[in-house]
Structure formats: C-alpha cells, structure tokens
Design a protein around this ligand. Structure first.
Ligand code: S3P
Length: 172
C-alpha cells in the first residue's frame, strides 16, 4: 500500500472495529490513535480531567505525526475529535487517504447510548442534545474526508468490502 488510510467519524462509527478488519483484509498494520495515547500517557478520562482537552488533542497530533512519519502505510483509526484540531486535520489531508465512516445523527445517538463504555467527552448517560451539538459541530471537518462511506446497516465484513471497492487503485 502506498499511503496510510485514516478512518474518521464520530464516536460509535466503528473506526477501531472496522479499522482492524480493513487492515487485515489489506495485509497491513493497524494503528489505533487512542490506544497509542493510552499506552504512552494513561487513560483518556484521566488525561481529560488532569490536563484538559487541548493537551489530549496535542497528544493525538503527536501520535499521528509519529505514525505517518515512522511507519509503513497502514490503517489508522483516528479518535472522533482528532480532526477538530486544525494541525491534525492538515496532517490527515497531507499524509493519508481519509475515510469518513458516516452515521446519521439518529444512528449515532442510538449507538453511543447503547455502548457499555463511558465516553470521556460525553460522560455517563449523555443527553441527546449534547451528542447532537458535538456531532453537528464536527460535520464540516468530517466532510473534508477523501471518501465518505455509510457505515450503518452492514455487517463489518460487508462494510470492509464496500471500503475496499472504493479505494483508488493507485493506492493499493
Ligand atoms: C473523542 C473520541 C474518542 C477519544 C476521546 C475523544 C472525541 O475516540 O479519542 O474520548 O472527541 O470524539 P472514539 O471516537 O474512538 O470513541
């Protein structure tokens, strides 16, 4: 593969699950930005509490910079808010083929609310209005992705196939 693939999208879109399977299908490595940050700095909720969101966004930028500079092209699962930090968005555009795993707001609310884990940015039992506010505020950056793939209503295997079918041939 000639370029990294970055999976983008709101919490609950399946970036990690689909990213792992996509990497497997393409025979490349998988990188999870959140996991890289946790390995280096500890749990995300603690980072948010102690250091704040801006520090976390910078950790995302650093982890992504290292990955795109040091590693062979692979599949990278971004955190849902990574591209809200302008330098991270610029890096994603410059160094990756970015894919937005698109979910409607209704599907997003459903998934976020039914997830067992608490999302540090939303807290326990988040109100719909909080999810809607964050989601709508991010649409303009997600829309800047190279490919937009609807992520709902497909098995992970079918979704991976849909992605592979849309990848530009010159990338592979
Ligand atoms: C965040 C999403 C999370 C994680 C952090 C902040 C966000 O990743 O990076 O809690 O701002 O949307 P996922 O999208 O993988 O849940």
């Amino acid at each position: 593969m000639r370029r990294h693939i970055a999976l983008n999208g709101f919490m609950g879109a399946g970036k990690t699950t689909i990213g792992k399977k996509l990497a497997n299908r393409l025979g490349v490595r998988f990188f999870d930005l959140d996991a890289l940050i946790v390995a280096e700095h500890g749990p995300i909720d603690v980072i948010f509490d102690r250091l704040g969101k801006a520090a976390f966004r910078n950790f995302e930028l650093t982890a992504l910079t290292r990955t795109v500079e040091d590693e062979q092209p692979g599949v990278i699962a971004l955190g849902g808010g990574a591209v809200t930090h302008p330098p991270t968005l610029e890096l994603v555009k410059a160094k990756t083929l970015s894919i937005w795993l698109y979910l409607s707001i209704d599907e997003t609310i459903k998934r976020v609310k039914s997830a067992k884990r608490v999302r540090p940015l939303l807290g326990p039992n988040p109100k719909d209005s909080k999810i809607i506010g964050l989601y709508t505020g991010r649409l303009s950056v997600y829309r800047q992705s190279d490919l937009i793939i609807p992520a709902a209503g497909k098995t992970p295997a079918k979704l991976v196939t849909a992605i592979v079918e849309q990848l530009p041939k010159e990338l592979l």
